[in-house]
Ligand binder design. Structure first.
Ligand code: SF4
Length: 335
């Protein structure tokens, strides 16, 4: 693992035990998160992206388990950390912002209490006055007047609660913030402000952010790199310029073509046919092949590996793999 990688996820699998059988909600996925970047993780609902985000904190319970994988965070494998010690990692090293922060905030605690408790737990010995001063400084930095610190979570708007969650991560000086669909419940103006804020915090605090969303426009707005997930597998990873400017995987191409573009003369959007597959019985070979306009014979027979096609730009597609290139050349030669 090189120094610029903060979190290296290797061959991660997350299973759900259901009555009908085992569902691999994340299936042998590897991904690197670089220090100081905003990495967007995008894909349709049910593709496994939120399960992936929670697994990075080992926040799985009940029917979910992690049967395989390594989670190398800042030099140590979190899979080897005893579960009883994971709460120290969550928050102190990795903060999480959910779509509905009400589920993470204590409804009977004021925002001031949330922040001062967090600051004093993380930095024992901090006086009440110093903790309050830091809480005021943080909340003002996030665009909320400090007079509102005495309010309770239900008295704040959805956008403000999201900012409170970020302020808690900053109070702990977390190295990574995982934001799962943070803007889904916000209107477009508040969403734009929230995304601007993420960008500012990344630059000001050197924060590393994993932004999980189904909305590819959100990713285009702020992310340095983009990871595209399909049916529990990684389909493509690259810089925002590579993935948006020259997408390689036909699924990424379909996602981008189905987004309205302001330069279009007429509203003529691409509609991706079919539905994402059941993860209980995923199709053999490439999981996208039943919907892929460029599918070839091999696609339904063998799974393509996740290969590098340019420096750091990876995709799992037979169109870019030597094996298929050779097969097609042979086909062409045979007429
Ligand atoms: Fe389409 Fe085949 Fe590539 Fe899958 S491997 S995305 S089916 S061309």
């Amino acid at each position: 693992m090189t120094d610029d990688i903060l979190y290296s996820i290797r061959n991660l699998t997350v299973d759900y035990k259901t009555r009908a059988g085992i569902v691999h909600a994340v299936d042998n996925v590897s991904l690197d998160i670089r220090r100081g970047e905003i990495l967007g993780l995008v894909g349709e609902s049910g593709c496994g992206k939120s399960t992936f985000g929670k697994a990075l904190l080992r926040l799985h319970d009940g029917p979910a388990s992690i049967p395989a994988g390594e989670l190398w965070f800042d030099g140590r494998d979190l899979m080897k950390v005893p579960m009883k010690d994971m709460p120290e990692v969550r928050g102190a090293e990795i903060g999480m912002v959910f779509q509905d922060p009400m589920t993470s905030l204590n409804p009977v605690q004021s925002i001031l209490e949330h922040l001062t408790e967090t600051i004093q737990a993380h930095e024992p010995g901090t006086s009440d006055a110093a903790a309050k001063a830091r809480a005021e400084e943080l909340i003002e930095r996030l665009g909320i007047r400090h007079e509102r610190l005495n309010e309770y979570p239900h008295q704040m708007s959805g956008g403000m609660r999201q900012r409170v969650m970020i302020s808690l991560a900053l109070a702990l000086r977390a190295k990574l913030v995982i934001a799962d669909e943070p803007t889904t419940s916000l209107d477009v103006i508040v969403e734009a402000k929230f995304l601007d804020l993420l960008k500012e915090l990344q630059e000001e605090f050197g924060l590393t952010i994993l932004l999980i969303t189904h909305n590819i426009c959100v990713v285009a707005e702020v992310c340095d790199r983009v990871a595209v997930m399909y049916a529990a597998k990684m389909a493509e990873v690259g810089t925002a310029e590579e993935v948006f400017g020259a997408p390689k995987h036909p699924y990424t191409q379909g996602l981008l073509n189905s987004v309205p573009n302001i330069d279009m003369d007429e509203i003529e959007l691409y509609k991706m046919g079919g539905e994402p597959p059941s993860l209980l019985h995923p199709p053999k070979g490439c999981r996208f092949h039943p919907r892929c306009p460029q599918a070839m014979e091999i696609c339904g027979q063998q799974e393509p590996s996740f290969e590098e096609i340019a420096n750091g730009h990876r995709t799992a597609c037979w169109l870019y793999q030597a094996h298929e290139a050779a097969a097609r050349a042979k086909e062409a030669a045979n007429g």
